[in-house]
Write a protein that binds this ligand. Structure first.
Ligand SMILES: Nc1ncnc2c1ncn2[C@@H]1O[C@H](COP(=O)(O)OP(=O)(O)OP(=O)(O)O)[C@@H](O)[C@H]1O
Ligand SMILES: [Mg+2]
Length: 490
């Protein structure tokens, strides 16, 4: 019956007498990602729903019954998963289609359930088979979250606490791993797929999931309460300018201004806190780049998806286990300068590459863009100054500032507000130097007016009344923005 995917030598079938023998089961450690030695008592919740809304004050007995049912299903799943690993020829699985594999897994599981004289209703059975499939082929309990389009981030704090971010808000899910070993096995599966390892001596690592999602892990003992995993889900359909306008991230007037700024090759920095929408904004802004231009992108983890025809993508590489072979963003950037770029886009400037970025912006690669971690435009400039200092460049502060002021034209500030909404809270132009200080002028800002009882922030975008320093340039390039877009609403 296991014809297509069965191992050449059939493993001796363990024959459990009900659910208890899970603990005495022979470990099926045939592969690197072998089944975890099962321990009783820690349940894997079977659910596709991930809200942590407090349970209704329902009847305690019913809740207890539901808990028992979940525990029973979790134990069953462990046992069936172990059997699958014993019986499936894992090497043959790669070429199997999803449908045929599901059928095969279903028939192995059905036979095992019959042997154990366990009957499940149709719904439980279907859910169990799906979870088994996810365990064998996917990332186990993380699979439903990866498939859930509404989830932006998945954050695992040890095996029993998985959070997700939806609509800018974090929620605790009721999904758990069986135990730390189960979690580590899934982590191992992810990092080994990209040729890396995490263990006590290399306790953290960045990787990319097969679907492009950004993945970071830190394992014990550095992670104190169990492995910490952070996943930024990759969105195939990136939010474009019209989407962001529709979601209230900025206004149409601001979009018109940004279009002029990008088209007229201003150097732009998108600044913001973690998860504030910097990469999304950068990606959306890139849509204003002309199709005839050669754009080179440099990132630590490739997230940008430019729509232009002529795009060269680069991704930095960490050192291997012997500490060799690293290719930094700075290496990529230096090389990019020899690749005849019209524009360079650096996913995030966070270190010594700042020097080359500023030089590129100053020397003929105008129209370049990057993001930085900062809370406002002024902080963004300080961040740049600090990065230059930390890169070991001995330059008087005034000279550094002068470099920055002539390199950067515009700082766009992205922010995630308390209610979870992401907005472009400020667009600020750099206008030059006044003495030792970089001068700036804010053109648009988000004004907070209050808070609704449900916590939603009331606010509006407004112009500051200041006309763009680059108005003449916009006009010369054919972007004659109406004066009205700079007029504030009273
Ligand atoms: N205006 C928006 N409205 C709704 N969702 C948004 C908006 N901007 C970004 N997002 C979503 O928020 C998540 C985080 O966005 P993004 O990756 O751009 O943030 P980031 O600032 O680059 O984060 P990090 O600091 O981790 O690199 C993404 O899933 C993205 O799809
Ligand atoms: Mg980002």
């Amino acid at each position: 019956m296991f014809s297509r995917f069965k191992k050449p030598e059939s493993a001796p079938a363990t024959r459990p007498t009900g659910l208890a023998p899970v603990t005495q089961a022979t470990p099926a450690a045939r592969t690197a990602s072998a089944a975890p030695a099962a321990k009783p008592g820690v349940a894997i919740a079977r659910t596709n729903t991930v809200t942590a809304a407090p349970k209704a004050p329902a009847d305690v007995a019913a809740m207890e019954k539901e808990k028992k049912r979940k525990e029973r299903l979790a134990e069953l799943k462990t046992e069936l998963h172990k059997r699958l690993l014993e019986n499936l020829n894992l090497a043959a699985l790669e070429s199997a289609s999803e449908a045929s594999l599901k059928i095969e897994i279903g028939s192995i599981a059905t036979e095992a359930l019959d042997e154990m004289s366990i009957s499940l209703n149709k719904e439980d059975r279907a859910a169990l088979y799906q979870e088994l499939y996810d365990e064998v082929m996917g990332l186990g309990p993380l699979e439903p979250l990866l498939k859930d389009e509404t989830v932006n981030d998945i954050l695992v704090n040890g095996p029993n606490r998985i959070f997700v971010e939806r609509g800018g808000k974090l929620q605790l899910t009721d999904i758990t791993f069986k135990d730390e070993r189960h979690l580590l096995r899934i982590i191992d599966k992810i990092v080994s797929a990209v040729g890396r390892r995490v263990d006590e001596s290399n306790p953290y690592c960045d990787a990319r999931l097969a679907d492009g999602s950004r993945f970071n892990v830190m394992v014990p003992p550095v992670a104190v309460d169990g492995s910490l995993v952070s996943i930024r889900k990759f969105k195939k359909e990136k939010l474009g300018i019209p989407d962001l306008v529709r979601f209230g991230a900025f206004t149409e007037e601001m979009a018109a201004y940004l279009q002029a700024a990008v088209s007229c090759r201003l150097n732009i920095i998108v600044s913001g806190g973690t998860g504030s929408g910097k990469t999304t904004t950068l990606n959306a802004l890139s849509s204003f780049i002309d199709n005839t231009e050669r754009v080179l992108t440099i990132e630590d983890t490739a997230e940008l998806q430019l729509q232009q025809v002529h795009v060269g993508r680069m991704e930095s590489r960490p050192p291997n286990v012997e500490g060799k072979g690293a290719v930094t963003q700075r290496d990529c950037l230096r090389n990019a300068l020899r690749m005849r770029p019209d524009r360079i886009i650096v996913g995030e400037t966070r270190g010594e590459e700042v020097i080359d970025m500023l030089q590129a912006m100053n020397t003929g690669h105008d129209g370049s863009m990057t993001t930085i971690h900062a809370n406002n435009a002024r902080d963004g400039i300080s961040r740049l100054e600090n990065m230059v200092a930390m890169a070991g460049i001995e330059m008087p502060l005034k000279a550094v500032r002068s470099q920055i002021s002539s390199a950067v034209n515009l700082i766009v500030q992205a922010s995630r507000l308390q209610d979870g909404s992401r907005r472009m809270v400020s667009i600020t132009e750099i206008t030059g130097m006044e003495g030792e200080v970089i001068s700036m002028q804010e053109i648009f800002r988000y004004e907070r007016l209050g808070v609704e009882p449900n916590g939603k922030i009331i606010g509006r975008f407004n112009a500051t009344g200041v006309r763009s320093h680059y108005s003449d340039r916009f006009r010369q390039w054919g972007y004659d923005l109406p004066a009205s877009i700079y007029e504030p609403i009273a």
